[in-house]
Design a protein around this ligand. Structure first.
Ligand code: ATP
Ligand code: MG
Length: 647
């Protein structure tokens, strides 16, 4: 992949909580004696009744059970809001940047406190009690954070559904979680376009009859919407009738906090269940160390609260740390392709955390839209969601960060609650494309197909050998699926589903999903590697690679390639790309078939759904599987009609 090394700068080594020596010492201590390590760090949140037990976890296939701090009691909203009031009541907790650059707001911790209590009482007025599920289907407005924190205040379990999902997807999640209350808005606003949220909720509620008793509607655009008598209520009407004060409910560390459905890249989404104490300890600790968060920093994670990244690194981690977190309603390309950088300048953002898919699409438009902004406030950049190919990494580093800002490439999953493998900016020399080293308390292992643990530099499947506090506890309502999915492939270990390589320095390189590994004439190859090579070509903006049955090689390499704007798909270029990959990786990696495609099928969180591409490459597109999380189903039709492998 890339053999460049970016050492820690002097500034960073001096500023950061942790330098390399301290990382090594803390890491060693964390894995040598997890009990002692987490007993100490568990105290970073406030407990109502302190825990006396720290870790009680078993990965044994016949008894998978994960408990952390199990006899402690606490409350998440108390930790994210109330405990900051004495010192930071007037500090801004949330900077809200609207879809329209003229819309913004700054919400202090004191204001947040008042809002969360009001919202909690509104939920109570709709009959919501401890343990009940609440579905949140909101745009990126501060009310999303208020509603989340209000649930935690009264012990309700939220299930957030991304506002881009269709009524069908929403109905499935409402039914699966059994939610009697849905919180939504009249409409959302993204890229200047209105999203009919309330209309979608109405359709979803009809598809899941008898489940939903109450729909709470926030006015975002103010457009009139149908309101079913007795069922639908405007938030403001309910809020006018309830008290201002609401004390936080005392919750056990292992009481459920939220359900969140995975992105659906590899199959039917799973209802991941996280619990209270361990999750908050882990989300806040990773937020502090990975982003080296210090008082006064302006921190921006561009995710949506509909994804786990939004849960842990827009809301819970930052707010538990008393941070100022920026919440963005819009999209990177509206009103112009400079929007991210305009927002950075406007709010003087220091830490910027986004996804490779966003970087790659902005790269396609060249450097000018970035270079015309200042970005001088930026200190640290982050990446999450997919392997970031070295080409995109270098661009992010050189163009966005002006060569000055380290990039933390954070590997984790909905299931892990927080970041597991990542650089720490003051401690880790960076290699573009590598998520580098494990966070404290995390024990990654690389195993072969039979489960044999590999040592030294190696390549295989990524498993985690022991539990960490932020780990999911079960699949909601389906513990068997939890055990089957994560603990049955390699007995006694948590299986991530990802492939990875470990180099001689002990750095981890995620090579993509294990299902996506291709075997060409006996050579195993991660799709990420071939994709990186293709994207490194100046005319290519995105690439997705899958295997397909090949008479001679066993599997052939099928590449879907999206070109930079203005480039023509020619036979010439096809040959050029094949030659290019040969040169970059070797003849074994030469694509057998290249399909030029203006778009790739992506989940709504921007990840490429290779399982669909695989079906098309196999000329088996009759059964594409669960496509409910696809962002733009029309892309698939175009791919099918231009497929290269017709039987
Ligand atoms: P599903 O589990 O439903 O198929 P999903 O895996 O896309 O969906 P998420 O939990 O949102 O759902 O994504 C986690 C996955 O994203 C990881 O397993 C990994 O494949 C990928 N990923 C996340 N961050 C990184 C990273 N920094 N480098 C490489 N891959 C990453
Ligand atoms: Mg997954």
């Amino acid at each position: 992949m890339s053999d460049k090394l970016y050492p820690v700068s002097g500034d960073w080594a001096a500023r950061a909580y942790v330098d390399d020596a301290k990382y090594k010492a803390m890491y060693e201590a964390s894995v040598a004696s997890p009990e002692a390590f987490w007993a100490e760090h568990g105290k970073r949140i406030d407990w109502m009744k302190p825990f006396t037990k720290v870790k009680n976890t078993s990965y044994a296939p016949d008894n998978v059970s994960i408990k952390w701090f199990e006899d402690g009691t606490t409350n998440v909203s108390y930790n994210c809001v109330d405990r900051h009031l004495a010192k930071r009541g007037d500090q801004v907790a949330i900077i809200w940047e609207g879809d329209d650059p003229k819309d913004d707001a700054r919400i202090t911790y004191r204001q947040l406190h008042a809002q969360v209590m009001k919202w909690a009482n509104v939920l109570k007025s709709q009959g919501v009690k401890k343990g009940d599920r609440v579905t949140i289907y909101l745009p990126m407005i501060p009310e999303a954070a208020y509603a989340m924190l209000a649930c935690t205040r009264i012990g309700a379990i939220h299930s957030i559904v991304f506002g881009g999902f269709s009524p069908d997807s929403l109905a499935g999640r409402i039914e699966d979680a059994g939610t009697s209350v849905v919180i939504t808005a009249d409409e959302g606003l993204r890229g200047g376009r209105k999203v009919p949220l309330k209309v979608n909720v109405d359709a979803a509620v009809e598809k899941a009859p008898g489940v939903v008793k109450s729909v709470i509607v926030v006015k975002r655009t103010g457009s009139p919407v149908a309101m079913a008598a007795g069922r639908d209520h405007y938030y403001t009407d309910l809020a006018a009738k309830v008290p201002d004060e609401c004390p936080p409910e005392e919750m056990n560390a292992e009481d459920p906090l939220f359900i969140l459905y995975t992105s659906g890249s590899t199959g039917k989404p799973k209802g991941v269940l996280h619990t209270t104490g361990g999750y908050l300890v882990y989300a806040s600790m990773t937020h502090q160390y990975v982003f080296d968060y210090k008082d006064g920093d302006i921190y921006w994670c561009t995710a949506d609260v509909g994804w786990v990244t939004g849960h842990s690194y827009i809301v819970y981690g930052p707010l538990a740390n008393g941070a100022t977190t920026l919440m963005f309603e819009g999209i990177p390309t509206y009103p112009s392709i400079s929007r991210f950088w305009d927002v950075v300048d406007k709010h003087q953002v220091n830490t910027f955390y986004t996804a490779p898919t966003a970087i790659r699409s902005l790269m396609g438009a060249g450097e000018d839209p970035v270079k015309k902004t200042s970005r001088s406030s930026l200190r640290l950049l982050g990446s999450v969601g997919e392997p970031i190919n070295p080409e995109a990494w270098e661009w992010y580093h050189r163009v966005v960060g002006d060569g000055r800002c380290p990039i933390v490439d954070t590997w984790w999953q909905t299931e892990t609650g927080g970041i597991l493998i990542t650089p720490l900016p003051g401690a880790t020399a960076l290699k573009p494309g590598s998520a580098t080293r494990p966070f404290f308390g995390v024990k990654p292992e690389v195993v072969d197909a039979e489960g044999k643990v590999l040592s030294g530099a190696c390549e295989g499947n990524l498993v985690i050998a022991d539990s960490w506090p932020g780990q999911m506890r079960t699949v909601f309502g389906d513990h068997e699926r939890f055990v089957q999915t994560y603990f049955s492939t390699y007995a006694g270990k948590y299986f991530t589903g990802d492939g990875c390589r470990r180099d001689a320095d002990g750095y981890y390189w995620i090579t993509g999903r294990v299902d996506d590994v291709i075997n060409v004439s006996g050579h195993r190859m991660g799709t990420a590697e071939v994709e990186s090579a293709l994207v490194a070509h100046p005319k290519v903006s995105e690439a997705a690679v899958v295997g397909y049955p090949h008479d001679i090689k066993g599997q052939g390499i099928y590449a879907y390639v999206t070109l930079m704007s203005g480039e023509e798909p020619t036979e010439e270029l096809r040959k050029e790309l094949v030659a290019w990959v040969r040169k970059e990786i070797g003849p074994i990696a030469s694509p057998d078939l290249i399909q030029f495609s203006p778009g790739l099928p992506k989940t709504r969180s921007g990840k490429i759904m290779r399982r669909i591409l695989r079906k098309i490459a196999e000329d088996e597109f009759g059964s594409l599987g669960d496509t409910s999380t696809l962002a733009d189903p029309a892309v698939v039709d175009d791919l099918i009609s231009n497929r290269q492998n017709r039987k």
